[in-house]
Write a protein of this length. Structure first.
Ligand code: CTP
Length: 372
């Protein structure tokens, strides 16, 4: 179970982690609160992240009073992103939200109190506010601290997943990230969630946020367990292999883990299986098989067993010639298909270790170009 930072240490922890909030406190007085994930993470003693400040009043006015650089503003939601001491800070007018139909974007109205703003939020652990004027006081009307301490994820309202089904995917992200359990009522509501009332784009964006987490595999498992994601065949084997491959050379940094996890959960396409089952005998053959596949497809095929793809990704993919088309033109080859034929032949020979240097490459290329 997580142990939370003691109440008497909150103010100094806040000043230490987020010194840029001092100027907001000075400009906003009693009306400004730290809210959302930053409060949760501060209580858990986790690293600083993005910060959201709720303004009971007008966020745009506060931004103007701060004289800070504004990098984005959304009038519809009353939000302004500013840069303070080199850090981005989201200022948002405290608001209420109502949903015209399941999955619709909310209709927002200014909230008269911080409590009203907290009441529109997703989980109790995300519905805690710290008044910047006195961060020692915690505004926690939904028992977020107790749930954090108990390691529990709890929705605020029974209609929450109906109003905004992206929250079901968020639930998997938080439960996996923190290793928290769902309270039974919340889990029951999750299992009844209909993800089809939101657009494919919103669903995809939220899934990618889940996929980007170090605990993506656990989060996707949870979603599948709640019946909200149909995992494809080979999921378990893929998950085990990818957990290692994604952190290792030559794959780390060359693929987008979020894309990879989502594709793995859905199950690889037929052409990935084709690649996984291929047994090239020469590097040139391997390169021509792999070349037209995306990095995501390549790592999935590797995870399904095509170990030769390590060499492709780490070496063969980046193998290039010392000569180029100009060298062939200078040797009398006319521009046209013969050039491509010559260069391809030279690259194949180089990949297969049949050339040693520029002269060899040129000889192979010229022979192939003149063959046509
Ligand atoms: N929120 C919500 N419902 C959503 C999205 C967001 O209630 N569908 C609220 C939550 O209070 C959340 C806050 O808006 O804490 C900020 O959302 P977001 O930036 O997505 O998440 P963080 O809390 O910052 O968490 P993290 O970045 O760690 O995922």
């Amino acid at each position: 179970m997580p142990s939370l930072i003691p109440q008497e240490n909150l103010a100094s922890a806040l000043r230490g982690a987020y010194p840029e909030l001092g100027s907001i406190a000075a400009a906003g007085g009693e009306c400004v609160y730290l809210v959302g994930g930053a409060v949760r993470d501060l209580l858990l003693g986790r690293e600083r992240g993005d910060i959201d400040v709720a303004v009971v009043g007008d966020a745009a006015e506060l931004a103007a009073a701060l004289g800070a650089e504004t990098v984005a503003a959304h009038e519809r939601f009353g939000t302004v992103k500013v840069v303070l001491d080199g850090h981005e800070v989201d200022l948002a007018t405290a608001r209420t939200e109502t949903y015209e139909r399941p999955g619709a974007l909310p209709t927002v109205a200014p909230a008269g109190s911080i409590e009203a703003d907290l009441a529109r939020r997703d989980f109790t652990l995300n519905a805690i506010a710290l008044p910047l004027a006195d961060p020692g006081i915690v505004v926690d009307p939904h028992g977020g601290r107790a749930d954090l301490e108990a390691g529990l994820l709890r929705i605020l309202r029974p209609t929450s997943f109906i109003d905004d089904p992206t929250r079901a995917i968020r639930a998997a992200r938080y439960a996996a990230r923190f290793g928290f359990a769902l309270v039974p009522e919340t889990e029951e509501l999750l299992r009844a969630t209909d993800l089809t009332t939101i657009s494919a784009e919103r669903r995809e964006a939220e899934l990618l946020r889940l996929g980007a987490e170090p605990s993506a595999a656990e989060g996707l498992e949870l979603l599948a367990g709640w019946g909200l994601l149909q995992t494809g065949e080979h999921w378990e084997a893929l998950a085990a292999a990818l957990s290692e491959l994604l952190d290792e050379s030559p794959w780390a940094g060359e693929v987008d883990p979020a894309q990879v996890w989502i594709a793995a959960a859905r199950g690889p396409h037929g052409d990935v299986h084709g690649l996984a089952n291929a047994h090239p005998t020469q590097p040139s053959q391997a390169a021509s098989l792999a070349r037209h596949h995306s990095p995501t497809e390549l790592i999935l095929a590797r995870a399904l067993g095509a170990e030769w793809l390590d060499d492709y990704m780490g070496v063969w993919r980046d193998t290039s010639l010392e000569i180029d088309g100009d060298d062939l033109v200078a040797a009398g080859i006319p521009t046209g298909p013969a050039l491509g034929r010559g260069l391809d032949a030279a690259l194949r020979a180089k990949l297969d270790g049949e050339t040693a240097g520029r002269d060899d490459e040129l000889a192979v290329a010229l022979a192939a170009a003149r063959e046509g």
